[in-house]
Design a protein around this ligand. Structure first.
Ligand code: 13P
Ligand code: SF4
Length: 359
């Protein structure tokens, strides 16, 4: 049967059958925002940090990455020789990751070097292109995720370095607040080239690029107040991609993995209003029916939802066809050029080393 013909079968049953045949040759990775049927079929799940680390540790010949492109690209950057990373839908992008490109970042960094009279360190959110990670690694900077932004930023700030953080302004701002950074030393660099802030930018600790996640910017302080009025005593936990006032008003902030762990640890009877992708929140509620778990608002990531069982099945069938000696196309390899890969790997490894306490 050709990969295209696979679509006529029930995809979930088909995936289970092919998965058994492929055995350890394939590992399926799924981000927490994936559809429930995809998460149920995955070999490992996690936030973007955990997925990168687990994918890097995997020995599978093919890693099928169910998430958005920057996550699959990060796995491809860290992949072992001979390993291939596939994404069921290469159109699953992240609009925030597209809000800055490597050329713009290099130009901003050169300008900030002149402004501060020092070499500004790039700290780049995982939600970025491989080229952005390469610019970061080539300058001795680091990638970070929402789960380790505070540790990574501290590594540079504690040594007196000024940092250019991109693309998510909210994650940068919320992390600066959590670190107790003086707000007059935090500036926003806008796409029109203007630099906004209250103090002297030549003394800045942190420059934030003006990117955002449209899924997380939908949450408001009024949403928090409504949740607290509806369920007195409810704990509000939001993802740090939310706007500053929302994160400041919440009881807790954290990555998707941290949210999962908090709700788990909350125990039976606990009540949670969660400000992140609503599909994930509904899945938590279904998995832990002895807790009250409500989305702060129904806000969905349609890019994550592009990966479905039919697409995953077609990808696995294309691998099966290859292993059977076929010459049809793989659905769909994620490739990163050698020179980009080396520098990007440096930036990803810097993050992993920081988390491990090695830097
Ligand atoms: P996590 O690293 O917390 O999973 O976040 C990834 C993401 O894209 C959130 O919008
Ligand atoms: Fe990108 Fe936002 Fe979707 Fe996360 S939720 S993948 S940041 S668009």
């Amino acid at each position: 049967m050709s990969p295209a013909g696979a679509r006529a079968e029930d995809p979930v049953a088909g995936i289970r059958r092919v998965r058994v045949r492929l055995g350890p040759a394939v590992a399926i990775a799924a981000h927490h925002y994936q559809r429930p049927e995809i998460v149920a079929l995955a070999d490992f799940t996690g936030d973007s940090y955990r997925l990168a680390v687990e994918a890097a540790a995997s020995r599978a010949r093919y890693i099928v990455f169910c998430g958005v492109r920057f996550m699959a690209e990060s796995a491809a950057i860290l992949a072992r020789p001979g390993q291939e990373v596939l994404i069921p839908d290469p159109g699953a992008g992240c609009p925030m990751a597209d809000m800055i490109d490597a050329g713009a970042a290099a130009a901003v960094l050169a300008r900030l070097d002149t402004l501060t009279g020092s070499e500004v360190a790039p700290v780049t959110y995982m939600n970025s292109s491989a080229d952005m990670k390469a610019v970061t690694g080539a300058r001795g900077g680091s990638v970070c995720t929402s789960g380790n932004a505070a540790a990574v930023l501290s590594r540079f700030l504690d040594r007196g370095r000024s940092v250019f953080f991109s693309p998510d302004r909210n994650l940068g701002w919320n992390t600066a607040r959590a670190l107790g950074l003086d707000g007059s030393r935090v500036f926003t660099v806008r796409r029109d080239g203007s630099i906004d802030g209250t103090g002297d930018p030549s003394r800045a600790a942190l420059f934030l690029w003006d990117g955002h996640c449209h899924v997380h910017r939908r949450f408001t302080v009024a949403d928090l107040e409504a949740a607290r009025a509806r369920v007195p005593g409810i704990t509000v936990m939001v993802h740090p991609e939310c706007d500053g006032p929302v994160a400041a008003a919440a009881d807790r902030t954290g990555s998707t993995e941290a949210i999962l762990e908090a709700v788990r640890a909350g125990g039976p009877g606990s009540a949670w209003a969660v400000g992140t992708e609503a599909g994930f929140v509904h899945r938590l509620a279904a998995a832990m029916p002895d807790r009250t778990v409500l989305p702060l608002r129904e806000s969905y990531c349609m890019n994550m939802a592009r990966i479905d069982a039919a697409g995953l099945y077609a990808t696995l069938r294309s691998v099966e066809d290859r292993l059977d000696g076929g010459t049809g196309p793989l659905y769909h390899p994620v490739t990163v050029g050698v020179s980009v890969r080396e520098d990007a790997a440096r930036a990803l490894t810097a993050m992993i080393d920081t988390v491990a306490g090695a830097r």
